[in-house]
Ligand binder design. Structure first.
Ligand code: GAR
Length: 199
């Protein structure tokens, strides 16, 4: 059984998709949020999942917060750390600690549009395709080895809201599939290149 710890900051719809996928061989050991009022925390607690609120504002430095976060993750014996809308920049020491076993989902086709406001920026750039990326986390923000991507069309009348809703449907499909592949030990990483072997 592989223990998964999911980190969120808000709504937690990707966390829900992963929980609801009920991946055989995986146990959602805990959901941790840096925002005590994150809606996703209540959702997880209602389902009997251990929840932890670690308010980053209570820590003097990024390093101190990341140390507390690592202690919370490690207390749940995590094999895999899943960032699901976790909106904190992580220190290099933290990303190194979980190298090769920490995933993130980003709402763009990386390496395009790292950072924030990805959908608005894709529309303004005139992109015909947008999408999402699941990648392993490294010290460089939104630049780690890409495990999987999904693309959707950008339509002429799209707004940030309509495009993000179309991408989110793909996020909810893609992320559980990559987590399942990790749990089943079907993922290989070589430099920036990731291969996922068939079930
Ligand atoms: C998702 O769209 C995710 O891709 C994005 O935040 C949203 C969280 O939604 N993540 C980032 O922007 C990370 N840089 P959720 O809380 O409903 O899963």
């Amino acid at each position: 059984m592989k223990n998964i710890v999911i980190l969120i900051s808000g709504r937690g719809s990707n966390m829900q998709a992963i929980v609801e996928a009920a991946i055989p061989g995986a146990r959602i050991a805990a959901v941790i949020s840096n925002r005590p009022d994150a809606a996703g925390l209540a959702w997880a607690a209602e389902r009997g999942i251990a929840t932890v609120a670690l308010d980053h504002k209570q820590y003097a430095s990024r390093e101190a917060f990341d140390e507390a976060l690592a202690a919370a993750i490690d207390s749940h014996d995590a094999h895999l750390v899943v960032l699901a809308g976790f909106m904190r920049i992580l220190t290099p020491a933290f990303t190194q600690r979980y190298e090769g076993r920490m995933l993130n989902i980003h709402p763009s086709l990386l390496p395009a549009f790292t950072g924030l406001h990805t959908h608005q920026r894709a529309i303004e750039a005139g992109c015909k395709l947008a999408g999402c990326t699941v990648h392993f986390v490294t010290a460089e923000l939104d630049h780690g080895p890409i495990a999987a991507q999904a693309a959707v069309p950008v339509l002429d009348d799209d707004t940030e809201a309509t495009l993000s809703a179309r991408v989110l449907v793909e996020e909810h499909r893609l992320y559980p599939a990559v987590v399942k592949a990790f749990v089943e030990d079907r993922i290989r990483i070589e430099g920036l290149r990731v291969s996922i072997h068939n079930e």
